[in-house]
Design a protein around this ligand. Structure first.
Ligand SMILES: [Zn+2]
Length: 86
């Protein structure tokens, strides 16, 4: 099993139907039909479902590691403003 160079977590590559190698977390996620995806997922067969896609069947999906990798958040602006009273 591969490890991410950014965060050190385990990941796998799934080759998409378009031939791209997509890093994903190794644990598949099972969604109910009709669920709206909150991130990019890839099926075992390489079909990519973007954020906002609606789940059409019960196949397990693998979340893109870009969605979970803490190192990938460099291009996303975190808006977790913690207001802590000291
Ligand atoms: Zn990572």
């Amino acid at each position: 099993m591969l490890k991410c160079r950014g965060c050190g977590e385990h990941m796998e590559f799934i080759t998409s139907v378009k031939g791209h190698r997509i890093p994903v977390d190794p644990e598949p996620v099972q969604f109910d039909v009709g669920s709206v995806l909150d991130a990019t997922y890839v099926s075992r067969s390489g079909v990519v479902f973007g954020k906002g896609s609606i789940v059409q069947n019960g196949d397990p999906l693998y979340i893109s590691h870009f969605a979970t990798c803490p190192k990938a958040s460099d291009f996303r602006k975190k808006q977790n403003k913690k207001t802590e009273a000291t």
